[in-house]
Design a protein around this ligand. Sequence first.
Ligand code: SAM
Length: 296
Amino acid sequence: DLSQLNGHIKPRYVRVNTLKMDVDSAVKELEKLYKVQKDETVPDLLVMPPGSDLHAHPLVMNGRIFLQGKGSSMVAAALQPQAGWEVIDACSAPGNKTVHLSALMKGQGKIIACELNEERVKRLEQTIKLSGATNIEVFHGDFLSLNPEDPSFAKVRAILLDPSCSGSGTITDRLDHLLPSHSADNKNYDSIRLHKLAVFQKKALAHALSFPQVERVVYSTCSIHQIENEDVVSSVLPLASSLGFELATPFPNWQRRGLPVFAGSEHLLRMDPVEDKEGFFIALFTKTTNKLDNPK
Ligand code: SAM
């Protein structure tokens, strides 16, 4: 099983659900079993040795900690939603980033968690229940069907968009590609699939930028493909700038930035599947023009 192999080479990351437990108490509890360090990038994230087995730990079972990777934990942190804001999580199941948003907002304000797939809505609801979050409204439907002009979204200030992607940043996916069975037919199928994913990713990102009061949009994938990452971002840049958005730099101390394929790609954040043990991509758009018209 390839995912098992994954567990042996990668550090284990644990996100503390600060709705239920503070970081220092979690460190104290987990130190009884393994060496624990605080992650240097994400404040509520802990790093443990590869192979640390926590899946049946009481803290996991009762939702005080979540087994969530570093890339995944950086997305809501990059968005920096404030307590009391209204936020949309556009593609939310199974909900790891949704409940992270809730924790960062100290359980205050409102999160609209949108998910198209019915089975996955159930998983989303379980995650929310486990987290103890009470400020999340689930919407079962297509994010693209939400009308940005609808008064119910008039106060939405931030959107997290983590759409379906190829998953090519995960080791299982990369090892699959090395198998002899991965024929020319597969490769052709892959490129059609990537193209379809990118079409949706671009539409969804443009849609997110079009909500009138939104001032922060984060876009993320667990893909290493330029077509799902830099190309998606560059395709919406004209629209973004016409709406007053610019690219901001999530985690400025992080070294690895976007592939240098357009001016501004240095704002983007990449994680490398080999060097960083995980392939991930994050872009952050922020609106600066109407600050004076819209004081907090
Ligand atoms: N953000 C999630 C997390 O951290 O747990 C993972 C999201 S996963 C990469 C993408 C999700 O988007 C899938 O659950 C998929 O069913 C959903 N999705 C795909 N197209 C959608 C659409 N048009 N509207 C809403 N959700 C959609």
